[in-house]
Design a protein around this ligand. Structure first.
Ligand SMILES: [Cu+2]
Length: 288
């Protein structure tokens, strides 16, 4: 009986501790705005939260100018061929087969267009993959079918599972965030270079946060790296973006970008909750 009482006390203490931890974590994120989220019927980009995303969106808009100009030009040429050189309008066609100046032009002009595009796109591409000095390293591993996050500097790992509809409110999410929200978010400090290491545990997944302009394959046996520096505090959603099996649609990604102070507090809680490496160890001292 006494043993049972002790067991009961221990269990209650454990439950109390867990509840206290989760309440504290939710408090930390109170007032955080949802910034990176798909909208019904949306076709454009999410508002960018990093320079990487801004660069990509600028490049996309710039390329659209070339795409539209080329399409309009080709349609005009087609129109001329169809109407001006139809059998009715032009019954006896010319018999020329070569026109050197024209052939040089249609070779050189596309090459020039590609050089212009390359001049702008290559620096943006390299910027995504050249990782700057970073304060925080996080390893995201894609599993069938959830993501796990490791903070190697603090020696802890946790899993992030998608929330069911009835769990959303408890974790502070709205009903339309079903299929996007997870029980544990990845948490990063604002305005800090984050080095992301991305791997797959079983099949190929892909870690993606559209508002950050980050999309990287998670390949088993390979450590891919990328980075981001979020300049806005908020909640950002992403999804696994590589068809990985039957529950591919049910392994979303949540990143909460918080102030540096809140990040430190979260880190302390996470080190306790996930048994990470304590940041300072109090040693017993012997004072003779
Ligand atoms: Cu996946």
């Amino acid at each position: 009986m006494i043993k049972f009482k002790i067991f009961l006390k221990l269990m209650l203490g454990f439950v109390g501790l867990t509840v206290a931890n989760s309440v504290a974590a939710e408090d930390l994120f109170e007032g955080l705005q949802t910034l990176g989220k798909p909208v019904p019927g949306g076709t454009s980009f999410q508002p960018p939260a990093t320079d990487l995303a801004r660069d990509i969106q600028w490049l996309d808009n710039m390329l659209l100018i070339f795409v539209i100009a080329t399409s309009v030009f080709v349609v005009i040429l087609l129109g001329i061929v169809v109407f001006k050189y139809s059998r009715k309008a032009n019954p006896t066609p010319d018999t020329i087969t070569h026109h050197s100046a024209l052939e040089i032009t249609w070779t050189v002009v596309p090459v020039l267009i590609l050089i212009v595009i390359g001049t702008f796109s290559l620096p943006i591409l390299f910027n995504q993959l050249e990782i700057p000095e970073s304060e925080v390293t996080i390893k995201a591993t894609g599993n069938q079918w959830y993501w796990s996050y490791e903070y190697p500097q603090h020696n802890f790992t946790f899993d992030a599972f998608m929330l069911e509809r009835e769990e959303l409110a408890k974790y502070g999410y709205k009903q339309d965030e079903y299929l996007l929200a997870t029980d544990y978010p990845m948490v990063v400090p604002v305005g800090t270079n984050i080095r992301m290491q991305i791997a797959g545990a079983d099949v190929i997944h892909a870690w993606k946060i559209p508002a950050f302009g980050v999309h990287m394959d998670a390949v088993p046996g390979r450590l891919n790296e990328t980075w981001f520096n979020a300049d806005k505090e908020g909640i950002f959603f992403g999804q696994c973006s590589e068809l990985c099996g039957k529950n591919h649609a049910y392994m979303p990604i949540v990143v909460k970008v918080v102030s540096k102070e809140v990040y430190e507090q979260w880190l302390d809680g996470a080190i306790t909750e996930f048994a990470g490496k304590p940041r300072k160890i109090d040693l017993a001292q012997y004072n003779p």
